[in-house]
Each structure stands twice: as C-alpha cells, then as structure tokens.
Design a protein around this ligand. Structure first.
Ligand code: C2E
Ligand code: MG
Ligand code: MG
Length: 528
C-alpha cells in the first residue's frame, strides 16, 4: 500500500464513522419528533450524540494529522529520491549532467539515431595548478563561471561536465569538419576574455578534442575516449583543437609507458643536468647559470623536459626528481667553484607541487648544508602560475629568503595574473619570457619589453631576458636597463663535464678587464 492508498483508507474510515453518527442523530431526532422516547432517554441520547460528535471531531483531527504526516513523508521520500537521482546524474558544482548521465544519453542517442554526430571534449588548461594555488573554493567558482559561459553558448545541445577539468558537448547537426572548426574557434575565442576572481584577472585557455560517430568509434565509451586522446594532441597544437586520428591511440599508450619508465629514471641514473649561462650586462665578474634537467631514456634517447616534467608533475614524481635536481645542481656548482676558484651562482627551476610539499624549506637547508654551497649562490626559480596563492606562497618564500637564497620569477609575462602583487612577494629577479624577446623585432613589442624592465626596476628587481638568439636582440637589451641575458646567442645548455673541462683549460688565461673580455670568457666556459 502506498501513501495515497493509506490516505484514501483513512478518509474512507473517517467517512464511515461520520455517516454512522449522522444516521444515529437522524434516527434520534425522528424518535423525539414522534414522541417515542421519554425526556430522560432523550437527554441520555443527546449526551451520547454530543459525545459521538466530539469523538468524531477528535478522530477527524487525528486522521487529518496522520494524513498530513503521510503526505509529508511521501514528499520527503520524493525529495530524497530526487536528491539521489541528482547526485547520481548531475555534477554538484556546476549542476550540469555528469559522466554517467552523458554516457547513458549518448548510448540512447546512438541506439535511436545512427546519423553522423560529433563529440567535443573541452579541457580547462592547468586546472590542477590553479587548484593547488587557489584552493578548491575559488577553483570551483572558476569552473562554475566557465560552465556558465559554455552553457550560454550551447543552450540546446547535450552538454555536461565529464571530469573535473573537462566538459562534453554532443553535436548532432551541422557537424561537418568546417562547421566544427568554426565552432571550436568561437569557443576558444569566448574563453579568451579573462575571468575575474579574488583580486585576479585570470586567463583561462581551453583545448578541444573531437571524435565522430560512426567513423571513429561506435560505442559511447570509445567515442568519448577518442575525443580525449585528440584532446591530448590539441594541447600541443597552436589551434588548440584536434580531430581524432587512429595514430593517436599509440601515442597515448606511449605516454603511459613513459610515465612508467620515469619511475625508474632516478635510480637508473638516467637523469642529468645541463647548464646555460646568464651573461651579466652590468658587471664583469660574476658567473651565473641555470640548471636544466635532461632525461636520457635507454631506448628513446634524449627526452626534453617539456615532455617529461608535466608527466612528473601529474604523477607526483616531481618531488623526488626536483630534490635530485636541487641536490645535484648544488653539488656540481660547489665543485665548479672549486675548479674555477671564484663564486658561481646557479638557478634551479621549481615546480608547484615541489614547493608546496611539506618540509621543502628543510630540504633546501639540508642540501645546502651537505653540499657546502653558500646559500647566496643558489637562486630558486618559481613561475607566475605559482604566485596566484600569495597567502600560501609568501611565508614559504620569506623562509627561503631567511636561509639566504634568492628567488627569481621565471617566464614572466606568460599571463596568469596582474602585476600589482609583485610588490608583496619577496622576489629578487624577474625573467622575461622568451616569447617577448622573440617578438622584440616586431616594432610594437619593444616598448612592451621596456615596460616590463622599467616596472621590474620600479620594484627594485634584477631583470634577465630569456631566449636571446640574435645580435639585434642582444644590442637592444645591452642598451636597456636589463641586468642579464640568457639564450642560444651566448650559449646553448651544456653538460657539467664539458664545462669543467673548459674551465680547466682556460683558468690561467682568465682576465676580465673589459666587458667584451668577460663575454668571451663566459662563452669559452660554456662552449661545446
Ligand atoms: P625555463 O626554465 O624557462 O628554461 C629555459 C628554456 O629555454 C630551456 O629549455 C632552454 O634550453 C631554453 N632556451 C634557452 N635559450 C634559448 C634560446 O635562445 N632559444 C630557445 N628557443 N630556447 C632557449 P628546456 O631545457 O627545454 O627547459 C624547458 C622548461 O622545462 C624550462 O623552462 C623549465 O620550465 C622546465 N625545466 C627544466 N629543467 C627543470 C627542472 O629541473 N625542474 C623543473 N621543475 N622544471 C624544469
Ligand atoms: Mg627557468
Ligand atoms: Mg623561463
């Protein structure tokens, strides 16, 4: 019996009771009218009737209460069913359909209609980094804003949140490649408008992977999986969107194998460091260099950091790898100082996960102690994306500064946030991203470099220009307030052994009385 049946049952009983009372009253009144009963009986009967009426009223109110509580229970049951359904099929944060819902709907759709359709998977770039920096609260807020923007664009399509950083859209009509390309461009363009959160104006980029039914895959699971494979390639393409191709299957498998091999890389001594000099423009004496990690894979050969650092970051391997890099860079720099008999500073790149890992400051202290490298000879490079969570970052940077190491902000200008927070962070050096230096030849980019330099000077920071490849760029920077340059023009990164060998051969001829003698000296040390 459900709640409605119970209500009906209660009402029915109550109704029978009332009818019985009405019959008794009518009968009694009729008897009194006919003078068939004496006044004593009449009084007794009247009392019985009044009691009956009172009881009827009481019972009715009890019944009404029971009916109400049954209805409430049913409403609660309905609500909890709805809640359960919502939790099972919708995303809690964006209130959009979730993966299960999308899979079921696409399955139904494919069963009902076999015409061509496209699945687009849209991925928010670097959401994990944003989350580590800003925390869940603000990240959820950003995801909500992104979802709203996308939803407004696709009000009638099947649209949902597939993963934490992925959305899915099913496009049934107008799905030829040209139309989809146009659509992807519109989505990417729409996302270019910054998102305002806290005191940040955050630039979000998205990548889009596309797979078609039926030519790429015939099941809902495969079509989504293949769109995700295409997504991985999209992150490397300048257009930011890619259509699935069968060759992508093997690339993704290779990716997973690479992650597996990286686990063994440290123990198998497959990692090593190269060093690239930073040529000082305002001094003739110091030797500074940046340590860059390399992976010599036993079968695949040299793998660039741009390929394996993201894998290391995603898998958490960056913590032991980063520690190894720091320890090796400090030890080798100390060794170089002894060979060359003068101070050498080394800059080491940090990853967000490494910096926020517990005991990071202790690890730096311990390494400096063990390798005997003076703290002022170590510079730690952080990137702009790490500076989003100033509340968390600032105390760590102050602790590091207390040890005596210096901090550089790498790849500056790639665009994560506003410049105003620079004054709040204890940073010593700003490294202008090589994209700016590369574009310096275009007339309107020169003032941009000047602007960054003058702003850095305003905050009393040193400035290093990265990626200097031409004499034109070099001459421009020499005449600016830039403090140092780094790039292939001066030297490509070189192995430690070669640098030591070079130092040993030129040590005695060392003379840096002029700026050009100093340039020559640095070139010689780091030459191949
Ligand atoms: P980065 O820290 O900005 O390093 C500079 C990158 O620019 C290096 O690439 C370097 O070889 C390259 N480069 C230097 N001069 C020129 C030039 O004139 N032209 C061009 N086109 N490129 C130049 P690399 O070694 O491939 O490193 C790429 C990125 O990988 C680094 O960028 C850094 O973000 C990351 N990375 C490297 N080593 C480490 C590490 O030990 N730990 C972490 N967390 N990241 C690392
Ligand atoms: Mg760097
Ligand atoms: Mg850089």
């Amino acid at each position: 019996m459900n709640v409605n049946d119970s209500v009906f049952f209660l009402y029915k009983n109550n109704f029978v009771y009332l009818i019985t009372n009405v019959i008794i009253i009518t009968l009694t009144s009729f008897l009194i009218f006919l003078n068939e009963i004496t006044s004593v009986y009449g009084i007794i009967l009247s009392l019985i009737i009044i009691t009956q009426l009172y009881l009827a009223a009481r019972i009715k109110s009890v019944y009404d209460g029971a009916v109400k509580s049954l209805q409430d229970t049913e409403q609660k049951l309905n609500e909890s069913e709805k809640e359960k359904h919502f939790m099972a099929y919708y995303d809690e944060i964006t209130k959009l359909p979730n993966e299960r819902y999308l899979l079921e709907k696409i399955k139904e759709n494919l069963a009902d209609d076999t015409s061509r359709k496209a699945v687009l998977v849209i991925k928010i770039d670097r959401l994990t980094t944003i989350k580590t920096s800003l925390g869940s609260y603000y990240t959820n807020h950003i995801v909500q804003m992104i979802a709203d923007r996308l939803h407004m664009f696709f009000p009638t399509y099947l649209f949902g949140r597939l993963r934490e950083d992925q959305f899915l859209i099913l496009i049934e009509n107008h799905n030829d490649e040209a139309a989809i390309q146009k659509l992807c461009k519109q989505i990417i363009e729409m996302m270019e408008k910054p998102f305002c959160i806290q005191h940040f104006s955050l630039n979000i980029t998205v990548n889009i992977g596309i797979a078609y039914y039926p030519e790429d895959a015939q099941t809902e699971e495969n079509i989504i999986k293949y769109a995700q494979f295409a997504l991985y390639e999209a992150s490397k393409s300048p257009e930011q969107f890619t259509f699935y191709k069968p060759s992508m299957l093997s690339v993704r498998e290779e990716q997973l194998l690479l992650e597996n091999d990286l686990y063994k890389a440290i123990n198998n001594n497959e990692l090593f460091l190269q060093y690239q000099p930073q040529l000082k423009l305002k001094s003739k004496h110091s030797i500074a260099m940046e340590a860059l990690v390399r992976w010599k894979h036993p079968e695949k050969g040299l793998i660039p950091p741009s390929e394996f650092i993201p894998i290391a970051e995603e898998s958490g391997l960056i913590v032991p790898i980063g520690k190894w890099v720091l320890e090796t860079a400090c030890r080798q720099t100390k060794e170089l100082q002894e060979v060359i008999q003068q101070p050498v500073t080394v800059a080491v790149n940090l990853s967000l996960r490494q910096l926020f890992h517990e005991n990071f400051v202790q690890v730096v202290k311990m390494i400096l102690h063990d390798t005997k490298l003076p703290p002022e000879c170590l510079q730690l490079e952080i990137t702009e994306s790490m500076t989003m969570n100033t509340n968390f970052l600032t105390p760590i940077l102050y602790e590091l500064k207390e040890i005596g190491v210096t901090i550089a902000l790498d790849d500056f200008g790639k665009g994560y946030s506003s410049l105003s927070f620079l004054k709040d962070l204890p940073i010593d050096c700003l490294k202008i991203d090589r994209e700016f230096v590369k574009n310096m030849n275009e007339e309107n980019h020169k003032p941009l470099v000047d602007l960054i330099i003058s702003m850095a000077k305003h905050f009393k920071l040193n400035v290093v220009a990265e990626g200097v490849e031409t004499m034109e760029q070099f001459n421009y920077l020499v005449n600016s307030e830039c403090d140092a340059v780094q790039g292939y023009l001066i030297s490509k990164p070189n192995s430690f052994d070669k640098i030591v060998e070079n130092c040993k051969s030129i040590q005695k001829e060392f003379c840096c009385s002029t700026q050009s003698a100093y340039y020559g000296y640095i070139k010689q040390i780091f030459s191949n």
